[in-house]
Design a protein around this ligand. Sequence first.
Ligand code: GDP
Length: 457
Amino acid sequence: MTDPRPDTIFALSSGRPPAAIAVVRISGPRAGDALQALIGRIPAPRRAALARVRDPWSGEMIDEALALWFPGPASETGEDVAELQLHGGRAVIAAVLAALGRVEGLRPAEAGEFTRRAFANGRLDLTAVEGLADLIGAETEAQRRQAYRQLKGLLGDRAEGWRRRLIKALALVEAGIDFSDEGDVPATLMEEARAATRRLLEEILVVLADGRRGERLRDGMVVAIAGPPNAGKSTLLNRLARREAAIVSPYAGTTRDVIEVHLDLDGYPVTLLDTAGVRDTGDPVEMEGVNRARARAAEADLVLWVVDAASGCPVSGPEADGSVWLVRNKTDLLDDSGEERAPGRRNELEKARKKQYFVHCFDISASEGRGVDSLIKALADAASGHIDAEPALITRARHRMALAETSEALGRALQQTDDDLVAEELRLATRALGRLTGRVDVEDILDVIFRDFCIGK
Ligand code: GDP
């Protein structure tokens, strides 16, 4: 007979080997069996125990490890969880994973499956799952702080509170409809429901009017490095990133794909995009790169328009406002008096400046590093203006959509005069809020509240 219980899953939960330590996690009803098979016992709950790990079939010793036992439901996934902290060598890990694979009822976990189980077992709501993903992906201090708060329920708990109040309001409306033949009762109930709905709507609107600061912090300030081929964009990117992320080559048009580099500037996240040499070309592959570059640059918060100060190429930039900065590169090629070798160049740049194309201009040498520090300083200032490190409740477009939907339904509920339609709008609002946290068991909760509500009537 097949086991009706869920599979027990296992995976290497720590980073890529080799490393000093590797953590293998096992979750599910047979996690205890797995420990018995590999280390011959189950340690006391939540206490590290030194254990010899053996291959249960050959009896051969694989490694000495620390073993931990977290019986469900008070575990990370809500199931029985076992953890082995092994020496982080490839062969050690391979042998332990192979041994686990041979224990009956165990299989390797799929991507995200531990967290999925935590969600399914009510250990995390959807916003916390997202917070966990963001915490793992956080690159700066402010991002980490925001992700941690999300994991700990900053938005999830708030949304759950709203949802409960909304369900109460809905219960009032439904009671009003039920008792509509009892004179004054329904009018007071409806009034109470309306007042509660109005308060909720006001609170949600305040949260929505946050200037998107949570999303901005999560995504970072996106800076596109654009300009004509060979101006030194890749060289500048490498200098800013201080590593060889983009291929620097003396031939035009070698960076076909958009290269992304994530920077931490004074604690603010900045994503740099190196766009392919923007120029029209007949080569379809290169054209694709050019199109993608233009699309990404168009979405960027800031564009660094890099030009070769020493060549005669024209300063024609994108439609410019304050969000396009002119970067004159290769100033090391200018002669000592500061004059460009190409006559008339300075005039052209001055004209561009006068036309207010570029509010910000920087003279740099990407290859020698001259002037790059002041550019970095300006970028950090811009990032701090763009990103508010104050924690926000909304950190993703998904949250914003769910809350906007909720507030729209609440707004419509307040406009309605027909009680049944009010109830319907409140139900829609509840569902939208439920989608935010992944809790959609509206009817169950409604039943409970409604029953309580009717006691004594
Ligand atoms: P991109 O096409 O705009 O990405 O330009 P690259 O970064 O590939 O640079 C094109 C060429 O210009 C390469 O040979 C670089 O070494 C050179 N280059 C880039 N920056 C400077 C600079 O500041 N001074 C000088 N002299 N050469 C540079």
